[in-house]
Design a protein around this ligand. Sequence first.
Ligand SMILES: [Zn+2]
Length: 240
Amino acid sequence: MTSTTTSNKVDGGHPPAKRFKPTYSGTITILAGTGETLFEVHKDIICKHSDFFVASCSKAWAEGKEGTVKLPTVESATVKLYIHWAYTGNINLDVLDYGPGLASNYGQTAQLFRLYIAADMFLDRIMKNKAMDTILQRMNKRTFAVDWHSANLVWDNTTGDSPLRSAILHWSAATTTRDGFSKAVLSLRPAFVIDLAGTLLDLKGEAAFAKYPTYERRSQYHDHGVDNVKCSEKCSTQMT
Ligand SMILES: [Zn+2]
């Protein structure tokens, strides 16, 4: 038997052109936030849920930095929640260290908003809907509370058609008191105030509480994609 020598080089002695091969084996390193907190995740898991990570892995590979994705605008707690979702299909704030920021309903709401915004950035529609379901369940249980910081966060990081904006507006129209609104109004983004006024005007005599967002009405707060497919169990359940 004769043996042949294999070579990475093509005829003519030149190495083959660098081309992205879409294999998702191995791990990638995520550097989260300005502090660059390091997370190591399986590429196949994270890329299954997120076209953002597919593109990021491809870009990093092309730049010769295969295996590292920097997310300076996403805090480490949010990345931790996202990775937990990618591996388990669940949102669980208990995986975070409960500092003073997460002790209150306000803090927990803010963290869920940050997760929703990150899911939007990661192009993970199922995660967005799952985060929305979690928010709606908290509205059901009356453990949902929004301060003006969190409202501004959403208005600064979403577009006008965001379902998260709709849910907050419907909730605010049903629950905000004149006193509470007067205290917060000067700190709120003008766009939020205008949107809230529009929501209240659109009621045209209907009781504001009739629009209170609930888990049972989750269909109207889901992102169903460009085809706007019917709400289904798959809306917020990851496929395994
Ligand atoms: Zn749905």
